[in-house]
Design a protein around this ligand. Structure first.
Ligand SMILES: *[C@@H]1O[C@H](CO)[C@@H](O)[C@H](O)[C@H]1NC(C)=O
Ligand SMILES: CC(=O)N[C@H]1CO[C@H](CO)[C@@H](O)[C@@H]1O
Length: 296
């Protein structure tokens, strides 16, 4: 398939006190997802290998990478974690010695279904499992009804994980619209937020990039999104345009609509400089307001 390949970037190398490296390469896999699960998992793994060969240390797959997106598909494609798809992710993370953010898959647990992201470390262990906390339910009479909550249950916890490069906070798609989640992750010392997501052709052009830039500037963090590639014949047509935004609000890398791997070198020294230049963390009026968590 015609896939845009980028030439190898120079190897990032710079040490920052307290961390192994101040820069590292992030890769987002904008997978063309179709309806045969095992083929797509195999394809996802081969793109993960390609990203690792290009020097990526943290790699993310898109939302619903092993299943079409839609409430009718979730029960049919759902599996346990660990299960057949996530077992493969664990193996490829270990083989490539990378952190692998497993986009999301429909997960079944105790008779309930969740939209879940499993993250694997370079030794193949499951580091965290994040279940989408904000379910997307809309009902505009006479226009559109879409209710994730018809089949899915929401998660009720936050997920971050530590790497030698930075701490990462996770959300899925619609979660990106909730500024509080990003603020909580920033309070928990995350420097990178990753949202596997699939906006549609209305919300994509309107808000996809805007939300990422907003979350990035508000919290002085890197923000990345991984979308499935666009398939005009699918029942749900995803916007594509997987993106990486820096803490200054600049778009560092952005895919088109086709299947591709997006690479970006994440520079934690730049993040530190921006936080020094515009010290919003020190100048918050915590005597006047706070964003608090009610559960861990
Ligand atoms: C995309 O989602 C929005 C928000 O729910 C909805 O209003 C719109 O009709 C959808 N657009 C398409 C093209 O499906
Ligand atoms: C991205 C990818 O590999 N998609 C494949 C999923 O499986 C179907 C059915 O075999 C293929 O046609 C797609 O190309």
């Amino acid at each position: 398939s015609p896939r845009s390949r980028r030439s190898p970037l120079p190897a990032p190398r710079m040490v920052l006190p307290g961390r192994a490296m101040a820069t590292f390469r992030l890769a987002l896999i904008q997978l063309r997802v179709s309806s045969i699960k095992s083929d797509n998992v195999t394809r996802a793994c081969s793109l993960v290998r390609e990203a690792a060969a290009q020097g990526a240390k943290i790699v993310s797959l898109p939302e619903c990478f092993n299943s079409p997106y839609g409430t009718t598909y979730f029960p049919e494609y759902a599996e346990k974690i660990p299960g057949e798809s996530t077992q493969k992710l664990s193996e490829v993370a270990k083989e490539c010695s990378i952190y692998l953010i497993g986009g999301s898959i429909p997960e079944e647990d105790g008779g309930k279904f969740y939209n879940t992201c499993a993250v694997f470390g370079p030794d193949g262990t499951l580091l965290v499992k994040y279940r989408k906390i904000h379910l997307f339910d809309i009902d505009v009479p006479g226009k559109i009804t879409f209710q994730e909550s018809k089949t899915l249950s929401p998660g009720d916890s936050f997920s971050t994980f530590e790497t030698p490069y930075c701490r990462v906070g996770l959300g899925i798609c619609y979660d990106m619209r909730f500024a509080e989640l990003a603020q909580i992750y920033a309070q928990r010392d995350c420097q990178l937020l990753v949202y596997p997501g699939a906006f549609n052709l209305t919300t994509g052009p309107a808000h996809w990039e805007l939300l990422q830039r907003g979350r990035a500037v508000d919290n002085q963090v890197y923000v990345a999104t991984a979308s499935p590639a666009r398939d005009d014949k699918a029942s749900y047509v995803a916007w594509g345009h997987s993106t990486v935004v820096n803490p200054w609000g600049e778009v560092l890398a952005k895919a088109g609509t086709e299947e591709t791997v997006v690479y970006s070198d994440i520079d934690l020294k730049k993040l530190a400089e921006i936080r020094q230049q515009i010290p919003i963390f020190r100048q918050k009026r915590s005597d006047l307001y706070a964003v608090e968590t009610k559960k861990s």
